[in-house]
Design a protein around this ligand. Structure first.
Ligand code: BJW
Length: 245
């Protein structure tokens, strides 16, 4: 793929880069995207209806088991060239922030350091009632297992629809976006707020905005440049084009 001269020059001189990622960046690692068709036991369930506190209250066993199935998939996968390319960009610029909606930890495994996980992390567990992270609990027949502190139900430490993001996560991300030189939106449907508002912080501040996605999204018509295709192929090519030598 060839990249516009403006993009290459801007990347070469950029001091501050912010990247927003979504499920598409992990697709090439074998993690199903959030809105991918569900298979097997879950074929009849809409993920948007499982990822809510209401669904968990209604059927905690089912929601817990859905997350355990996804946790097992995620435990077995590895970062792909897209994750590694982003970790490489972080080493080349003065200030870099990676804001991810993904809960799979793959950016950190690839070596990214300055990461904000705005939707949590599936490998952590917390108490549904007390909202505190719980590291260990007794193995019993209870599904979901019980909180050792209060006896409430345990749940994954992820952000469901209708829940607030981790304290300060959006504000810190938006501040970094407003002050960066180049902003990327990669592998996200741009449908879920407030994450989907971050690109508009860049656009409103006339910051060079680039989307990388396998398909068009509601953001595509607004960005300065969009590259259509797999992030795991486009990102390494972009890094090579901007920083070869
Ligand atoms: C590739 C590729 C490849 C594939 N290379 N690309 C009406 C208007 C505005 C907002 C709202 C509204 N009604 C309700 C809301 C608020 C709601 C919301 O945004 N809803 C929308 C559905 C409209 N948001 C919230 O509730 C948020 N909280 C909030 O607003 O708090 C304030 C508040 C509190 C109380 C009351 C009211 C307000 C919280 C949102 C939490 C989202 N959580 C989830 C689940 C996390 C845990 C889990 O994974 O189970 O986060 S939902 C899900 O969506 C997940 C994802 O992180 C997130 C985004 O998905 P993403 O990453 O975009 O994935 P996909 O699958 O949708 O797309 C993949 C993309 O990749 C596609 O574009 C592909 O083309 C592309 N792709 N392969 C490049 N190889």
């Amino acid at each position: 793929m060839s990249f516009p001269e403006e993009v290459i020059r801007k990347l070469q001189t950029a001091e501050r880069i912010v990247v927003l990622t979504g499920a598409g960046i992990s697709a090439e690692s074998g993690v199903p995207t959030f809105r991918d068709a569900q298979s097997g036991l879950w074929a009849n369930y809409d993920p948007e209806e499982l990822a809510t506190p209401q669904a968990f209250r209604r059927n905690p066993r089912m929601v817990w088991e859905w997350y355990m199935m996804r946790r097992e998939i995620i435990k077995k996968v590895k970062p792909n060239p897209g994750h590694f390319a982003l970790a490489g960009i972080e080493k080349r610029v003065t200030r870099f922030l990676l804001v991810t909606q993904n809960i799979d930890n793959l950016h950190r495994l690839a070596g990214s350091e300055n990461v904000i996980e705005i939707h949590g992390n599936i490998q952590r567990t917390k108490c549904f009632d007390e909202d505190v992270v719980i590291d260990t609990w007794d193995t019993t027949d209870d599904v979901p297992p019980r909180c050792p502190r209060c006896g409430g139900m345990l749940r994954p430490d992820v952000v469901w629809f209708g829940e607030m993001l981790p304290s300060g996560a959006f504000e810190k991300s938006a501040e970094a976006v407003r002050n960066c030189d180049v902003f990327f939106s990669i592998g996200t449907s741009s449908l879920v707020y407030p994450a989907a508002a971050l690109p508009y912080e860049a656009l409103n501040n006339r910051i060079l905005s680039i989307e990388i996605n396998a398909e068009a999204t509601p953001l595509t018509v607004h960005v300065d440049h969009h590259f259509r295709g797999p992030a795991g192929e486009i990102l390494p090519q972009l890094v090579a084009a901007a920083w070869r030598a």
